[in-house]
Ligand binder design. Sequence first.
Ligand SMILES: Cc1cc2nc3c(=O)[nH]c(=O)nc-3n(C[C@H](O)[C@H](O)[C@H](O)COP(=O)(O)O)c2cc1C
Length: 214
Amino acid sequence: MTVREAIEARRSIRKYLPEPVAEEDLQQILDAGRLAPSGCNAQPWRFVVVRDAAIKEQLAAEAMTLQINASICRAAPVMIACLAVVDAHCEIPQRLAELSEAVPDFANAAPTSDGKSVLTSRFEAMPREARSAYMSLNVAIALTQMVLQATELGYGTCWLGAFDRALAQQILEIPDGLEVVAMTPLGRPAEDPPSRPRLELEALVFGDRYGDPL
Ligand SMILES: Cc1cc2nc3c(=O)[nH]c(=O)nc-3n(C[C@H](O)[C@H](O)[C@H](O)COP(=O)(O)O)c2cc1C
């Protein structure tokens, strides 16, 4: 399956067969997230894999704010919670040091002051909400790659955003400094829905080569 084919084949799957997910497939899906790009190569994603029926039931009963999300959570053999590292330093100095070694051009373009990368200082100065939004953006990229990898391997997924984050955090025993951005079920689909509506490209793309200005 090409990337294009995976993009076209992917659907939000809300019904699952009670079949387990093969361990090597799960590893490959998680690895597709690991390989995602991120600002400053921060790699601020962490994944919690939930297979335990009791924990899935608790998520479904207490954290999910949509009935459909609760039933997805109960039916899917695996749930993956995608977390963002949002604490003050976000491991940015280490990641920047590794990146600077791998990409000397980047190091030259990212000056230091007081022995600290300007980028590190900028992250540290960000209000928590801004850092949370920035890190969540990166986590979304990782989850997008995982969803496409799962599609190639014949698994269903569904981005889930409608849940109580504080409750999910508590149920999954996630420490401070990490935030739950989104979850996805993972399993063999028990439905094959047609593609969902999309706007036409003409309604989305602007600029001198594409007709009307914004
Ligand atoms: C950020 C985000 C949050 C979403 N949250 C939910 C959700 O809580 N429950 C759900 O059933 N679908 C959720 N979806 C799936 C969307 O409804 C779905 O992507 C959209 O309707 C298009 O359908 P498709 O994914 O099959 O193309 C979410 C999707 C995204 C990207």
